[in-house]
Write a protein that binds this ligand. Structure first.
Ligand code: SF4
Length: 366
């Protein structure tokens, strides 16, 4: 099953737990709490986002939505500005739906079992296990990308970890490690320790093996195969997708449109976006705009996990009075309110680069 012929399974979990208490990360705002709402929120925010980024969003979010009831009672449009910039917006939509289901079906208290937690929107098996372990002390194993790296190296598990057959081996190994661990194992320290080890010691490149509590029994360390494990999946070149965005300005306001609720940036406000310049021109003509006045601005690129979006922005400062009113889904937003809007990160960067100096001037001039 794995290449490590003598893993120290009996001490695996306890070594990680005691290392975490001694040298792991402490003082993060979601630690030292057994409040399932706060734990769940941190787990969802931490999916695909670094701790340092999450800290700023987490506290602001909790100030506005201090309880699951407060989040459930808010409209999705109220939630989005508190998520904008964290990316992966499906998470924010699921977060909101999940809060509503917890209030409707669980009287505002997150269920304790992993089987019940995974039924809620946006909660996968590893997140459910983390909530159950941190909030309720359950002996439930976690298995995210960082933890897979620790397991692949320590136990010598070969094969692409994202393949279903291999994934099964990772989960079974994690369950075995917990079955064998002593009954008094501190699940909070063990679960946090696995996360910390993967993020700070057993890193993707140049792991700090000499500081690792697992070094004496680690297959990768003993055989010098840290670079080879976990097995990398064959890399595909990401798609390149060009697009055109229109910055239409009128009387100090910018035209924004609401993105459909599914797909990238779902539910956020963004600039009108087109496949190419012809499509933008034809939209402008339909609105009665003089497109010859549009100026091309410096472009920017934004990398998603599976493609890179190349944005070509055009600025059109419209002085005509004959412009047809934009249709449903469009709003005119005053420039000075742009920094508060739920905009995707690259659109925010684009607009802040263009208008931030003007906003500062407005502020300075009272
Ligand atoms: S000894 Fe090195 S490779 Fe092994 S688990 Fe620790 S950090 Fe990772």
């Amino acid at each position: 099953m794995f290449k490590n012929t003598a893993p120290d399974l009996a001490n695996f979990a306890s070594s990680i737990a005691s290392w975490q208490r001694r040298a792991g990360r402490h003082g993060l705002p979601w630690q030292d709490s057994t409040d399932a709402y706060r734990i769940w929120l941190s787990e969802i925010m931490l999916q695909q986002t670094q701790v340092a980024t999450v800290v700023q969003y987490y506290e602001r979010f909790l100030e506005r939505f201090p309880t699951v009831e407060a989040l459930a009672a808010a409209g999705q449009d109220e939630v989005m500005p508190y998520w904008a910039g964290l990316g992966y917006y499906a998470r924010a939509r699921n977060l909101h739906r999940c809060a509503q289901q917890v209030c409707e079906h669980w009287k505002g208290r997150f269920p304790e079992s992993v089987d019940d937690l995974v039924q809620l929107p946006g909660i996968g098996r590893s997140t459910a296990s983390a909530i159950a372990a941190f909030a309720y002390g359950k002996r439930s194993p976690i298995m995210d990308g960082n933890v897979k790296r620790v397991f692949a190296r320590y136990f010598g598990i070969e094969g692409d970890p994202s393949l279903r057959a291999n994934e099964k081996i990772f989960w079974q190994t994690a369950e075995t490690a917990l079955d064998i661990a002593p009954p008094e194992l501190d699940m909070t320290a063990y679960t946090q320790g696995l996360m910390d080890l993967g993020a700070t010691i057993c890193t993707r490149s140049r792991p700090a093996c000499t500081r690792c509590p697992l070094a004496s029994g680690c297959y990768a360390y003993q055989t010098g195969s840290q670079d080879r494990l976990p097995t990398r999946r064959p890399r595909k070149t990401p798609d390149q997708r060009p697009c055109v965005m229109l910055i239409l300005e009128r009387e100090g306001k910018i035209l924004l449109e609401k993105r459909p609720s599914t797909g990238i940036w779902g539910g956020l406000l963004s600039l009108p976006q087109y496949d190419d310049i012809e499509a933008m021109e034809s939209a402008c003509l339909n609105w009665g705009l003089d497109v010859s006045q549009a100026q091309k601005m410096a472009g920017l690129s934004h990398a998603f996990s599976h493609f890179t979006l190349h944005i070509e922005p055009w600025l059109l400062q419209d002085a005509s009075t004959k412009v047809a009113e934009p249709s449903v889904g469009h709003i005119w937003m005053p420039r000075q309110e742009l920094s508060q809007a739920a905009l995707p990160a690259p659109v925010s960067k684009l607009l802040m680069g263009l208008y931030q100096p003007a906003i500062f001037e407005l502020a300075e001039n009272g």
